[in-house]
Design a protein around this ligand. Sequence first.
Ligand code: ZN
Ligand code: ZN
Length: 480
Amino acid sequence: MTKEKLAAVAAIEKKADLIAGMADSIWEYAELSLQEEQSAALYCKTLESEGFTVEKGICGIPTAFSASYGAGRPIIGILAEYDALSGLSQKGGSLTREEAVPGGCGHGCGHNLLGAGAMAAAIGVKAYLEETKCPGTVVLYGCPGEEGGAAKAFMARENLWRGLDAALTWHPEDRNEVATGSSNSCIQVQYHFTGVASHAAGSPDRGRSALDAVELMNIGVQFLREHMSDKARIHYAITDAGGRSPNVVQPRATVLYMVRSNHVSEAVELQKRVDRIAEGAALMTDTTFERKFIDGLADTVTNHTLEKLLHENFSELGVPSHTAEEVAYTDALAKTYEGADTLPGIGCDYDTEYALHVKTLRSENGRAMNDFLLPLYQGEAFRPGSTDVGDVSWECPTAQIHVAAWPNGCPGHSWQNVSCDRTAVGHKAAIHAGKVLCAAAIDLLNSPETLEAAKAEFLERTAEGYTCPIPADAVPTVAD
Ligand SMILES: [Zn+2]
Ligand SMILES: [Zn+2]
């Protein structure tokens, strides 16, 4: 590693308290998607005092921001998230389920660490640009509403990411690896049906049931499932069944639909078919409905060039090390859930040799924390979940890493995650992620050939063009 790169990594280490403090403050705020006012304000204030030029409310999203430093190209984007999840309030560092705030929210996806680690990377790259005076710009993007709202997709609608030479990010996980492969595109639409209330026994002929419309819509979609791609998924939740009295013809009912496909253009088409089923249900029941677009996000476009670069830097920097106390805590935490013996790494699902190798690494490791770096895997890989990082990856070369912040097999969106995310184990993951992303970004600033190769790969993989799942008139929102 060059002297300048080591100095940038050291600049991150010097700010370790600031980064850990940021992670803890965001954990305490635990704000839901698109309501991250305190979190965004703290980031903006901190980044301003760190010497970044901050723009608040970018792309018309109040809790989004950008913080940039430097001048000219290349422009490297680093993506930060900071939204929490409802119903997951939990005491930090605890080994049992104990709410910190009754009925409160919690950082069950580790976005308190995600944002702080992304900030760490930006701080490191800024130190490098300051020191070397080399051309180039680093921009930290504050991306709200990852769990609902898909801010990055709304930003993609404004072509925000097309201005970048590359985007890098990370996610806390139970393993250290460079992420690869694709994920599902996902579109959410809410259908609110309106009928006419009436006495269900006395004057049923005068009633029109919105609940019937929801039921018929669900049956229609059930039949649709036979005639769609086998990789597509359609989920629904009845968020308002109209009321609790069976003797009333329900005058209102709401259903929230989620359409997933491994290709965003297919998801958009499939979603239109669900719309037509809603029209059919309204016709059959003589009701009306309002359609409210909630959010949509694309599948992820992988970039092997950037993944290789991240893996080189990850290998050089190693993985976070853990004290005996941290090992004891995470070992004990791993006894509180099922699946603590699963093999980490997406490559294990696709490649038996890779899986055998990882099995050896796990047994040599001998603890719940995966304190080793997974070998680079670039074979076929697909995650059925969804992320709005996908929309960024359709507009510029994008790659991400995972850093172990949780013990092996720790379920996502769980109280165990929230517990870990407020400990030194979490802090170490955030700081380390910042270092790896920073080191890779510095390579990109210095290597036009790598950027060219990443761009050529990106153009080839996105040749068909990006179908933005966000309609022109949609505004960022979450479901009722
Ligand atoms: Zn999540
Ligand atoms: Zn997440």
